[in-house]
Ligand binder design. Structure first.
Ligand code: NDP
Length: 297
């Protein structure tokens, strides 16, 4: 890794498309050899517009990969009991290998309770405490999709990050914590920073790998980046421009960081496209795991 005036762009769109094609081949092989079609059930409660788009995209890409997609759309007024009964039904359904409950849920429903009701062996989002524990103890089965996508992007530029110092900004259960676990498993030296961290910029300056997942538009500046570092930008922020139009930006100030980094993911077109591809990957892992096959794909 040497410093360069302009960083290599990590093309998440292309890497995700290649992964989906590879998954489609593996799905066809599983079907031919074992007569099993991996099935993904998605439960959407209410009519949050962003969730509607995600669920539509998930359905289209699931079908395109040759998997079965089961969509369950429930009204925003759905009771706790009705939702838990739906999860229970999907837990028992042999055609369903993976279950995803789209977040956010309406305010009267407790997301933790609902996610914890999913059979851990069908938990393709990797949010169940059993799967967090599996990851933390070196027995990973389902790892949350966004951090898996980040690791694949990282490995597209550096096959073995062993020994490098990775700084993860953010400590959510969905991104920051599992990301740190994955990097640790890849033998990085990992620092997790968050809103209470002192001298965040100083710590980021020491990083060979920066993963920014804090949800603050263009927060990480170019002069925080060590020359040649690899920068993975998880953030998705919509900002208003002078002309009144909105624009998607990451948690990293791309214009300045891309002048210093060795490689960097753009927003959009970086981490975003990887997330659904990794959900499909987890669904295939679930089907293989149930058959007693090696979980790796
Ligand atoms: P959360 O809001 O759950 O977590 C944000 C984390 O960042 C927290 O740990 C918080 O610290 C930390 N943080 C917030 N502000 C600061 C600050 N000023 N300095 C240092 N740390 C800070 O967010 P998520 O993890 O769910 O998501 C992070 C970002 O990634 C968002 O932009 C989100 O849109 C995006 N995202 C993108 C996905 C994709 O597919 N590309 C998927 C999921 C998320 P503390 O714990 O101390 O509060």
């Amino acid at each position: 890794m040497s410093g360069s005036a302009t960083a290599q762009l990590i093309d998440g769109k292309a890497i995700a498309a290649a992964l989906r094609a590879q998954l489609a081949d593996a799905v066809a092989k599983l079907k031919a050899e074992h007569g099993v079609v991996p099935g993904l059930a998605v439960v959407l409660v209410g009519d949050d517009p962003a969730s509607q788009v995600y669920v539509r995209n998930k359905h289209a890409q699931t079908v395109e990969a040759g998997m079965a997609s089961f969509e369950h759309r429930l009204p925003a007024s759905t009771s706790r009991e009705a939702l838990l009964a739906m999860v229970d039904q999907l837990n028992k359904d042999p055609l369903v290998h993976g279950i995803l409950v789209q977040l956010p849920l309406p305010a009267h429903l407790d997301a933790t309770e609902v996610l914890n009701a999913i059979d851990p062996d069908k938990d393709v989002d990797g949010f169940h405490p059993v799967n967090a524990g599996r990851l933390a103890t070196g027995q990973a089965l389902f790892v949350p999709c966004t951090p898996v996508g980040c690791e694949l992007l990282l490995r597209s530029v550096i096959a073995d990050p062993s020994g490098l110092h990775a700084v993860v900004i953010g400590r959510s259960n969905i991104v920051g914590k599992p990301m740190a676990q994955l990097l640790l498993a890849a033998n990085c030296t990992v620092t997790i920073v968050h809103s209470r961290t002192r001298d965040l910029a100083g710590l980021v300056r020491q990083a060979d790998i920066v993963v920014a997942a804090l949800g603050r538009a263009e927060f990480v500046k170019g002069d925080w980046i060590k020359p040649g570092a690899i920068v993975i930008d998880v953030g998705i922020n919509r900002i208003e421009q002078a002309d009144g139009k909105t624009r998607l930006v990451g948690d990293v100030d791309f214009a300045s960081a891309s002048q210093v980094a060795g490689a960097i993911t753009p927003v959009p077109g970086g981490v975003g496209p990887m997330t659904i591809a990794c959900l499909l990957r987890n669904t295939l892992i679930a089907a293989r795991y149930r058959l007693g096959l090696d979980g790796q794909v």
